[in-house]
Design a protein around this ligand. Sequence first.
Ligand code: UTP
Length: 291
Amino acid sequence: MKVRKAIIPAAGLGTRSLPATKALPKEMLPIVDKPTIQFIVEEAKASGIEDILIVTGKNKRAIENHFDSNPELEQDLEKTGKSGLLKLTQEITDLGVNLYYTRQPYPAGLGDAVYRARSFVAGEPFVIMLGDDLMKDKLPLTKQLINDYDKTHASTIAVMKVPHKEVSKYGVIAPDGNIAPDLYNVKNFVEKPAVDKAPSDLAIIGRYLLTPEIFDILEHQKLGRGGEIQLTAAIDTMNKIQRVFAHVFKGERFDVGNKEGYLETSIQYGLIHPETRDALRKYIKELGKKL
Ligand code: UTP
C-alpha cells in the first residue's frame, strides 16, 4: 500500500522555548522568515504525501491561519505591486496537499497525540513528522523512509548518531545487525536511557514510518514517565510482534525545540537564504573578530 498520510503532532507545551511559546505553538517559530511547520509540510509534499493531519493544542489558531488565505493582505500586496511577496503568500495556501486538524485536549504525550489520528489513518501505513526537527539531505528523510517501506513493508524509524553524552535526551535503539547499509534490525527501543546504560549512540529523531497496528498497541499502552503515553514504548512493543527497522540518517538535522538549537538553525538557514546570506556572513565575520 502506498504511504500517503502524515501526522504532525504540534500540541506540546514547548516549555524549553518559553516565554516565546506561551501563546504561540513552537512549530510556528520562524527560521529566518518561515515557520518551522511550513518546512515540515514542504518535506511531506516533496515526499509524495497527500494528506496531513496536524494535531494541535490550545494555541492552534496561528497554525490554521498560516496555511489559510489572507485576502486583505493579498489585496494590499497586489495594489502596491509587490508581486514577489504576493506569490510567496499565495504559495502557502496552494501547497498541493490536504491539511486536516484535530486537537489533543491535554498534552498527554507523543503517543497520545498520535493515537488521536487513528481514524484519519484508517488502516494505512503513515508517517509521523515532528514539527521541531528540520532535516536536510539530497532526498527528504520522509522519502527515504518511504523508499525503505516500499522494499520491506515494515515500520521504519529514523535514527541518527549523536554524541554519547547526549543519549539520555532521546529514545535510543539497540541495533541487531543490518539488512542494508543504512537499515538496521532492532533488539530494543529505549526511551531516554541513562548515559551509562544506553545500548548505542543511535538516537530516534523526528521522522517515523509506522504500520497502523501501532494504534492497537497505543490503545492499551500504560502511562510512562511523567504520566505520558510514550510512543517509543509502543514501538518497542510492536517490534516484538512485527519487524520495526531503524534507518540511519546521514544528512543534517536541526533541533529547533530548544533555545540554542533554534539560534543555530536560524544562523545556518540565514547563511543560505538569498535575502540574508551576504549581509549575515559579513556580520558574523566582524562579530567573530570582537568575540
Ligand atoms: P517535545 O517533547 O519535543 O515537545 O515533543 P514539547 O513537549 O512541546 O517540548 P518541551 O519539552 O516542553 O519543550 C515532540 C513533538 O510532539 C508534540 C510536540 O508539539 C512536538 O512537536 N507533542 C508532544 C504533542 O503534540 N503532544 C504531546 O502531548 C507531547
